[in-house]
Each structure stands twice: as C-alpha cells, then as structure tokens.
Design a binder for this molecule. Structure first.
Ligand code: NZQ
Ligand code: ZN
Length: 381
C-alpha cells in the first residue's frame, strides 16, 4: 500500500426531514446565495423546506443552473454574487447545480473570467459552500470535483476546488425523479466505482471488496427501485451508494484509477448533449473490450465476484463479463450503442481529433489516446 493522507471533511447529514438542519449548520450572519436548477425543487417540496429552514438568514436566489452546467450561466451567477457580496453558497439540486456552485465559489474570489479557472483545472481559494442533494449520481456532494461545460466551444472539462462544508441527503427528495434520471444516476454510480476498480488485481483486497460491495448493491437495488421508485429505504441505499462511490473511500492507498470512460463520455455530452450517466453506459463495455489485454485479470475477478461467472476460457469469461455489464445498463432502460442515438463516425473522428490535439493519455496506464478512444467508440457503434 502506498503512503497516503486522507481527509474528507464533508459533514454528511442524512435522512427524512433533515433539510431543517440547515438552520443549525449555516454560520450566523452570512450573506447566502442559494442556487437551483430549472425548478424540480418546487415540485417535491424541497424549495419550501429550504425556505423555511433559512428564515431569518440573508438570502439571494439564483435559478437556472442547467444539466451539464455552462460557464455562460455561471458567469451570471458570479456577477450577481459579487454584486450581493455573497460569502456563503448553498447548492440545492443534482450534481449539475452542485458542480456549478463549486465554480461560483471560486469565481466569486477571482477577478478574471471563471473559464480561466476551469482551464487551469483547480482553484481552492473559495467561498464556503454546502449542498442539499436531490439526485443520487455524481458524488459531488462529498467530493471536491466539478465538471463545467462551455456552450460556445462545445467543451466540457473537470475542475477541482474545495469540498462542501456539509451535505444534506434526504431520500424523500428523490421521489420526483423521472425514470431516466434514476437510470442515469445508477449507471453513473456503477461506473464511478468501475473507474476506480477495473484496473489490475492484487493491489488492495479491502478496496476491491469495498468496490465490489457497492457494485453488487447497485445491481441488487436497481430492479427493485424501478418497480418502487418511492421506496424510502431503497432510495436511501441508492443515495449512499452514489456518495460512497466517489468520495475517496474506495480509492484509499493511491490505487490505480482509469477514468477513460468518463473522459470519452464528456465529449459525447459536449458534442451531443447526451446525459452523463447514459454516455458511460454506452462507453464502458467498449473500454472493457478494447483494453481486455491489460484489464483481463481484473475483468475476470469482476466477472466472478460480481456476476458469478466461473466457467469458460479466459476470453469467454471476459466476454461474459462485458455482456453482463451491457445487459445491466440496458436493464435500466439505457441504450448502449452510439447508433441508437444517431451518433456515427463523424463524432468518433472529432473526439479522436480533440484527444490528439490535447495530447490525451487517459486510463491507468495512460494508454487511452485519440487512437484508442476511436477504437473504443468504434466498438460501440
Ligand atoms: O434542473 P432541475 O429542475 O432541478 O432538474 C434536474 C435536471 O433536469 C433534474 N432533477 C434533479 N433532482 C430532481 C430532478 N428532477 C426531479 N426530481 C428531483 N429530485 O434532473 C436533471 C439532471 O440533473 P443533473 O444535476 O444534471 O444530474 P446529475 O446529478 O447526474 O449531474 C450531472 C452532471 O454532473 C457531472 C456530469 O458531468 C454532469 O455535468 N459529474 C460530476 C461529478 C463530480 N462533481 O464529481 C462526477 C461525475 O462523473 C459527473 O461527471
Ligand atoms: Zn460520472
């Protein structure tokens, strides 16, 4: 195991009715900007609960942080925040609202254009922020990452800042989620764990089993949730799986990580607007297939421990594990082929071009460059 220092400072506040805790957690005297998406919080009583908890606090609202938050929208929020001398941010919504608010938290203390911060990749001089999560998927409520889009240039890049001070997770807030968002969230959770797991075996028994535990939980609850979207306990397990999947806990000890599927997926969203989780469901089986040489041993472990695949030759076992993964995504109601989304070779060539231009080298062995990304995408036509 490599030496490491680990600290995840996010205070997790979980459960029914816990939005009322806002009043106890936000320091007195703050000038708060509360950020929202397009209005789902008005349909599930989240907005009312937040309003009530913040009675007596000085608040300004910013609405309209869209799915795959754009720099164009966030610039407006930063301008408003500066004008209002905001010194605390509360993001209320899914990963997009939270991610966008992370950029706002850095942008408020930056003189230049916030896109510079995205291009720089990180900025930890920030205004404190907290979250009320309404969509289990990204883990953004308990990590320091964000992904920001640029409509003008059709780009989508990761950005790292500070962790939220606290995050409130009430499973009841998920009861209004449409089926496709639940599917995206389950797929995203699954692939976050896979990106940190599906590399090489024998690095950490503990991290492997922790990861396999989340994967098995997601596989087990997914069909139950589809039948019963208002089941509190199931949604609570889903929420916690998503948070635990990307808050650093399954990657302790500096285990190798992949993230090539995510990087290719971000390009599909940037170019075609496909939902994040959906892009991953399309790409991951291709990453597994094209990188089957380097990942083969771990794919076999995954197949055996997660899907119970024990028979057959090495190649057959790898094939079965890929098929099971693809079938799982399709069982969520997601398509797993580019052609089903009318995406073809033009897009594949453009992603190859972008990766080449940027000198991309993703994956645990930094082998996923433009050429390999093209192979992965072509495998998913
Ligand atoms: O905007 P509103 O009206 O709130 O509607 C949203 C949005 O349309 C809706 N929604 C959210 N909660 C709801 C709800 N609808 C009904 N009931 C609720 N309780 O769902 C739609 C999608 O929301 P969004 O926040 O975009 O989804 P998600 O949480 O999947 O976030 C996706 C973004 O996160 C980034 C993605 O790239 C993408 O931009 N990611 C962030 C990561 C991170 N910060 O660590 C890691 C991830 O890998 C991911 O890349
Ligand atoms: Zn993701």
């Amino acid at each position: 195991m490599n030496n490491f220092i680990f600290q995840n400072p996010v205070k997790l506040i979980m459960g029914k009715g816990m939005i009322s805790e806002l009043a106890n957690e936000i320091p007195a005297g703050k000038r708060i900007m509360v950020t929202f998406g397009g209005g789902s919080v008005k349909k599930n009583n989240v907005y009312n609960q937040v309003k009530k908890a913040l009675e007596g606090f000085h608040t300004v609202e910013f609405w309209g942080i869209e799915a795959n938050p754009t720099i164009e929208t966030l610039r407006k929020a930063i301008a408003l925040g500066k004008e209002e001398k905001i010194d605390f941010l509360l993001a209320v919504g899914g990963g997009s609202v939270i991610d966008g608010t992370k950029l706002i938290s850095a942008g408020l203390l930056y003189e230049g254009d916030a896109w510079d911060l995205v291009l720089a990749g990180n900025e930890t001089n920030t205004v404190p922020l907290a979250t009320v999560l309404t969509l289990p998927a990204t883990g953004s409520e308990m990590n320091a990452g964000a992904v920001i889009s640029n409509t003008a240039t059709k780009e989508k890049f990761s950005f790292f800042s500070n962790y939220p001070l606290f995050s409130i997770l009430d499973p009841e807030t998920t009861f209004t989620l449409p089926g496709n968002q639940i599917a995206n969230g389950l797929a995203d959770t699954f692939v976050h764990v896979m990106e940190q797991y599906l590399t090489v075996p024998g690095v950490s028994r503990l991290m492997d089993r922790w990861a396999e535990g989340i994967l098995q939980t997601v596989i087990e609850i997914a069909p139950l949730i589809q039948k019963d979207k208002h089941n509190y306990d199931l949604m609570a397990e889903f929420m916690l799986s998503a948070t635990m999947g990307l808050n650093g806990f399954v990657a302790l000890g500096g285990i190798p990580q992949d993230w090539a599927t995510h990087m290719i997926g971000h390009e599909l969203t940037a170019l075609h607007g496909l939902s994040h989780g959906h892009t991953l469901a399309i790409i991951l089986p291709g990453t597994m297939n094209i990188l089957r040489e380097s990942k083969g041993d771990k794919i076999i472990q995954y197949g055996e421990r997660v899907w119970g695949i024990t028979g057959g030759t090495r190649d057959e076992r790898i094939n079965q594990a890929i098929t099971k993964t693809d079938q799982f995504f399709r069982s969520l109601g997601l398509t797993t082929r580019l052609s089903k989304e009318n995406i073809g070779t033009d897009t594949i060539n453009e992603i190859e071009r972008r990766f080449n231009e940027r000198g991309a080298a993703f994956g645990e062995n930094q082998t996923v460059n433009g050429k390999i990304a093209k192979k992965i995408l072509s495998d998913r036509l």
